[in-house]
Write a new protein. Structure first.
Length: 612
């Protein structure tokens, strides 16, 4: 959208000719317009012919729509080119569109982006409401995004997030600034790849292409909005779409072929998304719709884009917000220290206990919703809402960016980043409470919510638990650039560079693998600990003095031996010394080493020993 001026100039000339010719040719059109005007459309700004209100939208359309809605109200009518568009900007209004009349707004507009990049709308995200959409949605939510599947991929998330910690640790050691946003993007890319394709694949760099496709899908495409201009592709978007699509396709064809070949070998292994879909294709379980390779490709593309470009943004907004609010950062880190402990990394089982972190995530998604306008909805039939007429095939944009800032819902300090507003207040983020719907609500709400949240929580928790973050070159947090960049998703306009410093106390080293560490320093003349060996996973404590019976069961043994007339002098005293030594040493060793699998306690003299 950088060449708006040119486009508008071009459009205005086109517009004038078009109006003139349509006025001359088609008188009945003006009758239609009258007819259209008799029903009451929601209020909204007047538009230009042809362009409608497009000229009012700049690089950050959600903010422009925000300003307009302050004037025209929470249900506003504008025209994007020829397309009647309703902009919804309050929690109550959102409830009307996404709950009360959900079904009537459950479709999506037909976009060139989905035609060219989604195999003629064979994916899910941009597919019109109907049987095909329902089947694909079922497939995704019942086969690929279930709780069980998400759990199955836990080791992948664990490994990849630990991987990035290692990378950052190296940077911390060198006191080097790293690009945090890029790191987070990379981890997510790695996780998504392994989940979808079963492996990382560096033959193909998906990331920039996904970014490009999001930009293309998010653009207000003149070709969609002013259909008679579509053939001219004024913004050059279709050309770019075709290029992107070609690149995607080459790779997907290869990857699918490989999966078909390997399918037999893989039995028993964790199956990735493509395996699951291929097996469904064979089973032909989707009876109502034909389901072939193009369908798989389109769905895979949707999943890739949805998984790679969403969670990233939550983390990338949360960290700078916390840097700007050091007190909040401290609270998050204190909570992590308390719940997780400073000697180990975060595990997914810790996540539900991190209340404050979860409040921070909600607050981040309130002010920086990943999809500021959700995805465009489209009305399936004419609808009357609050006395307003909303024609069939209207586009509906729900401005969650505005809803998250609504002073009626969030009080006067709505612009402040303040996670405490969620303290003791039960505001749900999954689509129940309409003041906070970063995942949408109703039929079209995000099916990847659960996965997205786990990933965001884990990455954010791990990065804040393992590292302190400092801005480079003495930069003050107040100087952080918080400007937005609009595509289908809302990202930061500038990258975030920080110097990490490692925060955890080093975990105990593993026991050495060779038999080593013959321990000196024990008094060999007296009874007690004589030597300590640490071998592969095993700790051996040797002691000197009374036999093992005497140690463990001293009193009994002593008595028995007295009775039998055989008693080694001072066995009782020795027992005390041995037990004390061994206990103390065991505690020390266990604190020091993480991987003790086996402990043996052995008497030097008698060669008797005990395994524990
Ligand atoms: C924090 C992460 C995420 C956020 C904030 C998010 C947000 C959204 C939003 C706002 C929508 C549109 C809802 C509407 O139009 O009313 C959506 C749709 C969708 N999301 Fe997500 N999403 C996230 C993660 C994911 C993940 C991880 C996946 C899958 C792997 C996913 C898959 C989808 C799909 C397939 C749709 C389209 C649903 C449909 O049209 O029926 N999302 N998401
Ligand atoms: C992603 O995976 C690659 C290949 O294993 C690895 O080299 C890289 O460090 C990973 N990136 C991050 C940020 O974890």
């Amino acid at each position: 959208m950088d060449s708006w001026i040119n486009i508008i100039a071009l459009l205005i000339t086109t517009a004038i000719t078009a109006i003139l010719s349509s006025l001359l040719k088609n008188k009945s059109k003006s009758n239609n317009n009258n007819c259209y005007n008799r029903v009451v459309l929601p209020p909204g700004p007047k538009g230009l012919p042809i362009l409608g209100n497009l000229h009012m939208l700049g690089d950050l359309p959600h903010q422009d729509l925000h300003k307009l809605s302050q004037k025209y109200g929470p249900i506003m009518h504008i025209r994007l080119g020829q397309v009647p568009t309703i902009v919804v900007s309050s929690p109550d209004a959102a409830e009307l569109f996404l709950k009360t009349h959900d079904l009537k707004f459950a479709s999506r507009p037909s976009l060139q982006a989905s035609k060219y990049m989604s195999y003629k709308r064979k994916g899910l995200v941009f597919t019109e409401y109907g049987t095909y959409w329902r089947e694909v949605r079922k497939l995704l939510s019942l086969e690929l995004l279930t709780g069980a599947k998400i759990e199955m991929f836990k080791p992948i998330r664990r490994e990849e997030v630990r991987g990035v910690v290692e990378v950052l640790k190296a940077a911390a050691g060198a006191r080097k600034a790293v690009c945090v946003s890029e790191m987070v993007e990379k981890v997510l890319e790695n996780i998504t790849y392994r989940m979808v394709f079963g492996c990382k694949d560096d033959r193909f760099d998906f990331r920039p292409i996904v970014g490009e496709s999001m930009e293309l899908a998010g653009a207000f495409n003149i070709g969609d909005l002013v259909p008679f201009l579509a053939p001219f592709d004024i913004q050059g978007l279709v050309r770019r779409m075709k290029k992107v699509s070609k690149k995607f396709d080459e790779f997907l064809v290869k990857i699918i072929e490989e999966h078909v070949k390997d399918a037999k070998k893989q039995e028993g292994q964790a199956r990735d998304f493509i395996d699951v879909m291929l097996s469904l294709m064979e089973e032909d379980s989707m009876k109502e719709v034909k389901f072939g390779k193009d369908n798989i490709k389109a769905i895979i593309l949707d999943v890739l884009a949805a998984a790679m470009d969403t969670s990233v943004n939550v983390v990338n907004w949360a960290i700078p917000e916390l840097l700007r609010h050091p007190k909040l950062m401290k609270r998050v880190q204190d909570e992590l220290r308390e719940v997780v402990g400073i000697d180990r990394m975060v595990e997914e089982s810790d996540l539900p206990k991190l209340n404050y972190l979860n409040m921070v995530i909600k607050e981040t998604m309130r002010l920086h919703p990943v999809g500021p306008l959700l995805l465009p909805h489209e009305s399936i039939e004419d609808v009357k809402i609050n006395g307003y007429f909303i024609p069939k095939k209207s586009r509906v944009l729900v401005n969650v960016w505005t809803i998250g800032r609504d002073p009626n819902a969030w009080s006067e300090d709505a612009e402040e980043f303040n996670p405490d507003r969620f303290m003791d207040v039960d505001i749900d983020i999954h689509g129940r409470d309409f003041q906070l719907i970063p995942f949408g609500s109703g039929r079209r709400k995000c099916p990847g919510m659960q996965l997205g949240l786990v990933v965001v929580q884990l990455i954010l928790a791990q990065l804040l638990h393992c590292f302190n973050w400092e801005l480079p070159n003495g930069m003050s947090p107040c100087d952080l650039d918080m400007k937005e960049k609009f595509a289908l998703t809302l990202s930061r306009a500038s990258h975030l560079n920080c110097i990490p410093s490692y925060r955890l106390s080093p975990p105990p080293p593993p026991l050495p693998t060779r038999r080593t560490s013959r321990d000196g320093g024990v008094d060999k003349r007296r009874a007690g600990l004589a030597a300590v060996f640490r071998t592969d996973g095993e700790l051996v404590l040797q002691y000197k003095g009374a036999s093992f019976d005497d140690v463990v069961d001293g009193d009994e043994a002593l008595k028995r031996r007295r009775r039998s007339g055989w008693c080694r002098g001072g066995a009782w005293m020795q027992r005390e010394a041995v037990v004390r030594d061994i206990r103390e040493r065991l505690i020390r060793e266990m604190n020091e080493y993480s991987n003790i699998r086996n402990i043996r306690v052995r008497n030097v003299e008698c060669r008797e020993h005990l395994r524990t």
